[in-house]
Structure formats: C-alpha cells, structure tokens
Design a protein around this ligand. Structure first.
Ligand code: KE4
Length: 424
C-alpha cells in the first residue's frame, strides 16, 4: 500500500493540530506508523487520500451501523440544511426523535439531547448526584465514558492505549469522588459500597465494555449490580454510547434484560453527526433544568441537522428489526472465520463478541476485565493491525477498542477479512 499522501498530510497536520489529530486514538501512536488520512467513504468501504480502499471495522467508532453515506441519511441532511443549520430554539423534530426513541428504548420517559457521549455521561453523573444528594460514584477500570475530568481515572480507550496512569489537569479533588474497581467483580463493588455507605450516588458501567476491547458481563453480573443499586439507593447508569441502538432497538437494556435508571447515548443516535443524549424515568429526569435545578445546557443541542440524521437512521432501525438479526449473523460468521484463520497461526488468541461488537486479543487466557486485556500481547496485536491494514482491512488502531460491523458489509467482505487474517 502506498501511504505517501497520508505521510505528507500527517507531517503538515502536526504543525497546526496537537499530534496532528483531533482525537488521540486516531494517531496510531500505540500501533505505530502513520495514521491514514481518509478522503471519503461509502457503505462498508473507506478510501484514503492515496486512493487505497479499506473494509471498515471502525465505522466512525460505531455510528455507521448501516454503512457510510447511507443515502436516506445524506438526503435528509441536505434537505434540512436548506432551512438553516441551527436555531437555538425548540423544534418539532426534537419532539419527533424523542418520541421515536421512547418507542425503541425501554424504560425511557424523558430524554435530553446533547452534543457528545462525554456530555451525556457527565450530565448523567451530575443528575445522579443532584437526585440522590450524594457525591461519589463507581466506574470500572478500563471503561471509558468520555473525557470529563471525573471519568479520567483508570479509563479505557485512548487513556488505556497510551497507558496514562494519571491525567495531568484532573485534580485530586475531582478524583476523590470517583471510585474504581475491576469489571466483572461483584465482591469489589460490595467492598466499595461498604466502605462508602450512603455516599455513592451512582454506578456507571458500559453494559458491554467496548473500551478495553469488547468485554461481556459475566452471568448475572449486571443483574447483581441492579440489586445492589436497589438495596443501597444508588442509581445504575448504563453508558450505551456504543451499545445503544446497536445491540438491539432497545440496546443493552433490551438485549441483556436489565434496566438502568439513567441511560446515556451517542454515536448511532446522531448517525455520524455530533449527538449524545441521556434519558430515564420522569421522577429522575424532572430534576434537570428547567424543570429541576440540575443545570445542563448546550447551544447546539437538538440542532436540526443532527436530529434529522439521527431520526432518519433510528427510524430505519426501528422499522426493520431484521437488521439486528443480519448483524448477529455477520458477527457470528466473522467470529467463526477469524477463529479458524488464527487457529492455524502461532499466536494464542481469544475473540470476544456480542452481536456486531467484536475484538481479537492475542492471549492464552480469557479476557474478562482490564487486567486480562492488558496482559494480552499488545505487540502481536500491533503487527496484526498493520498486516490487516496492508491487506485493505481497517481495524481500530488499538488493542483497547472494539471493532464495529456495519450492515453494509457483505459476506464477500467478511471472507476477504478472514482470508487476510489467515495470512498473518
Ligand atoms: P464522545 O464524547 O467521544 O462522543 O463519547 C465518549 C464515550 C462515552 N462512552 C463510551 C462507551 C464511549 O465509547 C465513548 C467514546 N468512544 C471512543 C472510542 N472508544 C471515541 C473515539 C475517540 O475518542 O476518538
């Protein structure tokens, strides 16, 4: 593959943008080499500035569940743009997308739109604190809820990728209210709860962890967290920025049959436009201004372009649930094929998957939490990443990320991916 134009652009970018990128995980810092600069994308394929084509398993880190430049979404955005890009005033469309989401996601009475997953999660924590009158919250090592100060403690995604143990600028004052413990370990949660009784406002979790690779909750784990929260008057927050509308119409709540008290959304809800949201029962959401006093605001929240993009995509997902069966079948096919391909190679590996979220870990033990994910062979993953990239398959440039399958991908694309893995 020729990457010359990417190399030139990356060199130039670093003179004007920190690290040449607007989000650290894009910089290829952990996998090494030059980040590939993309020109355009359509369906399952990315095209870089050197004209190379890739089968895309990032899909903008989740939003492109029906593939890039999905025509109904593009048309809706173009038509809507003619009537202005933002008003800063309420619109009918915001009601329509909120009502649509209420038909899809269980246990949502009210939803507030914001502009990113970070905003959604930080607002959810503030709401939980305002509702319970308590300050502390529990997050799990390796989970990532965006870059708000309170979350940058033992976080996943780029923080794990770059092994940043303590993020400068996050004060001890902020971090004292952030309690952390390993994923999939109920005893550790019970210990924190006992040590901080009546001080914990919330437990926030990725119901399927996607920021340390893809890690599934153990049998009964989420159900037990639910019971602990009910017993201790703690709000359970499902961070569904990745899983929302991806695992099922109703996301992880529907797929895993466990209800949270507050749910956060991002990615798919905006179809690639900047959208996040947080939602929940009326008794909780009525604490949010202007009804209640928990203040949260945003100039561009609910803007017409982002709303029409999200509405168009969600409407298609809600009226064609067969899409989720198709994604499950493609995920299972890829998992089986990769397993067969890598079995013949020399490296021990594990594959974690739920529906269209999948990750490969080069390890001889099961990957169930951040510690086991960290013990996997990162160097082999990095070599695998570049082998696949050079084979025209674009994976997330980090062992601490999930691959996302879009429904635009064909079985022929999956076979090409499997064949490339078999040559690793
Ligand atoms: P954003 O603020 O990046 O829209 O969302 C933050 C967030 C919250 N919760 C979960 C479960 C998330 O996965 C994310 C963001 N995901 C990363 C990828 N692991 C975004 C990619 C990036 O940081 O550039």
């Amino acid at each position: 593959m020729n990457y010359q134009s990417s190399k030139t652009l990356f060199e130039r970018a670093q003179h004007s943008i920190p690290g040449g990128v607007n989000s650290p995980v894009r910089a290829f810092k952990s996998v090494g080499g030059t980040p590939v600069f993309m020109e355009k994308a359509k369906g399952a394929y990315l095209y870089d500035v050197d004209g190379n084509q890739y089968i895309d398993f990032i899909n903008s880190w989740g939003p492109m569940i029906l593939g890039h430049a999905h025509e109904p979404v593009i048309k809706a955005i173009c038509d809507k743009a003619a009537g202005s890009t933002s008003f800063g005033a309420p619109t009918k469309l915001e009601i329509e997308i909120a009502e649509l989401i209420k038909t899809m996601a269980p246990n949502v009475d009210l939803i507030r739109m914001v502009n990113s997953g970070t905003e959604a999660c930080m607002s959810a924590i503030r709401l939980a604190r305002g509702y319970t009158g308590k300050n502390k919250f529990i997050k799990f090592e390796g989970c990532y809820h965006g870059h708000a100060d309170c979350f940058l403690v033992k976080a996943g995604s780029g923080v794990a990728t770059f092994n940043i143990q303590k993020v400068p600028g996050v004060t001890a004052g902020v971090a004292t209210d952030t309690l952390t413990c390993p994923y999939n370990n109920i005893a550790a949660v019970e210990k924190l709860v006992a040590e901080n009784r009546n001080e914990i406002a919330a437990i926030i979790i990725e119901p399927i962890a996607g920021n340390m690779g893809c890690i599934l909750p153990g049998e009964g784990y989420l159900e037990t967290l639910r019971k602990i929260c009910d017993r201790e008057n703690i709000l359970l927050i499902f961070d569904e920025v990745m899983t929302g509308f991806r695992l099922a119409k109703g996301g992880a709540q529907e797929k895993l049959k466990v209800n949270a008290d507050i749910i956060t959304y991002g990615k798919i809800i905006g179809a690639g436009m900047p959208v996040g949201a947080f939602a929940g029962r009326k008794e909780i959401m009525h604490h949010i201004a202007p009804v209640g006093s928990v203040y949260q605001a945003g100039t561009l929240s609910g803007n017409p372009l982002a709303m029409i993009a999200g509405y168009t995509l969600l409407k298609e997902l809600s009226t064609n649930p067969v899409i989720y069966d198709e994604l499950e079948a493609k995920g299972a096919y890829l998992e089986k094929g990769l397993s067969g391909a890598l079995k013949a190679r020399s490296h021990a590996f594990r594959i974690n998957r739920l529906s269209s979220m999948i990750s490969v870990h080069f390890s001889d033990h099961d990957i169930t939490d951040f510690a086991s994910a960290s013990e996997a062979n990162i160097e082999v993953f990095n070599n695998f990443f570049h082998h696949m990239l050079n084979s025209g398959v674009y994976l997330p440039p980090s062992a601490f990320e999930t691959w996302f399958i879009s429904n635009a991908i064909t079985y022929q694309d999956l076979d090409r991916t499997i064949d490339a893995a078999s040559r690793f």
